[in-house]
Ligand binder design. Structure first.
Ligand SMILES: [Mn+2]
Length: 329
């Protein structure tokens, strides 16, 4: 057995008739792939399943079958009472699911399956393994525990999560175990080339203008060894506010400069709301920085949002917190 929780999770699933699955806000390939892998499995058991998300779902994962079942919902008005089980993959906190701490968790049984280091376990059952590359990898190990048949669709959804969360196996710490699972998923029918083409080589041309702005504004802090770039709302708005911009920019540009340890991309996504995306270059734990800024994530990739402060003030705060953390490291 990989996980002692696997059996318990299956028992909860067997008991339930109507199951709700939620992606996290601003869903990424791991969130979408893990949610759909669960959807394929649960519908094969004849469960009634609904997959929901707080945000718009980026269409780069639309090669996954039944992608269109994922519905954007407003959690403030959502009626949970119709469901008897709530499965939450890849969300490090309740806030990541609903976008606000002021919305209470519903009374129905919940399963939290996740690999975020900062996850404190907010479900009835929590399967949290921070040593895995992705939630998709946890699901693979859980399906193996339970002798669940991994169909080509499940394999493709799980490999989507792994490829998304490892930057195509690039990130530090991605090792033989993850590559072995990826190999198994390919043998089970996952199409690696289709996944990479759709996730990494299919950007909207309009996004390039904003990526150009990120590069032009990038600065290097030589003393504290990081790079950073900040985009105010008017520039973001001028480039039609692409939701994936900060993750794409952070992954592409913030971990490639020699003699730096990490990088930050900050985008003012609406007035007084600065979203920060962090990536490590050398293993500097950016989840600690994200936590110090009120966010969370992984050692390699993390994020936060500063709300209620003006642009200049928020950017200055991020820089100060980063410098202080490096100094005390
Ligand atoms: Mn993930």
């Amino acid at each position: 057995m990989n996980y002692k929780e696997s059996r318990q999770i299956l028992e909860e699933i067997k008991k339930a008739k109507k199951i709700l699955i939620s992606c996290h806000r601003g869903p990424d390939p791991d969130s979408i792939g893990s949610s759909l892998a669960l959807y394929y499995f649960l519908t094969s058991l004849d469960k009634e399943v609904k997959v929901v998300c707080l945000s718009d779902v980026p269409d780069y994962c639309n090669y996954l079958p039944s992608f269109e079942v994922i519905r954007r919902i407003d959690y403030k008005r959502f009626d949970f009472s119709k469901y008897d089980l709530f499965i939450i993959p890849d969300s490090g906190s309740w806030d990541m699911v609903v976008g606000s701490d002021s919305i209470e968790q519903p009374q129905i049984a919940s399963l939290v399956i996740d690999h975020h280091k900062t996850n404190k376990g907010f479900g009835k059952i929590n399967l949290i393994d921070e040593k895995t590359s992705s939630t998709a990898e946890i699901l693979y190990l859980m399906f193996k525990d339970l002798d669940i048949k991994i169909t080509p669709d499940i394999a493709t959804a799980l490999l989507t999560g792994i490829i998304g969360d490892t930057g195509v196996f690039q990130f530090e710490g991605v090792g033989a175990k993850t590559l072995d699972i990826a190999k198994n998923l390919m043998e089970l029918g996952a199409n690696k080339d289709e996944i990479v083409l759709n996730i990494y080589n299919s950007y909207d041309f309009k996004l390039l203008g904003l990526l150009g702005e990120v590069l032009l504004r990038m600065e290097e802090d030589k003393k504290y060894k990081f790079v950073w770039s900040a985009i105010p709302f008017d520039i973001y708005n001028k480039h039609s506010r692409p939701e994936s911009a900060k993750e794409v920019a952070a992954t592409m540009f913030s971990r490639i400069v020699k003699e730096t340890d990490f990088g930050m991309v900050m985008i003012e996504i609406k007035e007084k709301s600065l979203a920060i995306s962090l990536r490590t270059r050398t293993g500097f734990d950016v989840s600690k920085l994200a936590e110090a800024l009120g966010g969370g994530g992984h050692k390699n990739a993390a994020g936060a949002i500063i709300e209620g402060k003006g642009y200049e003030e928020a950017v200055e705060e991020v820089l100060q917190v980063a410098r202080k953390l490096v100094k005390n490291k």
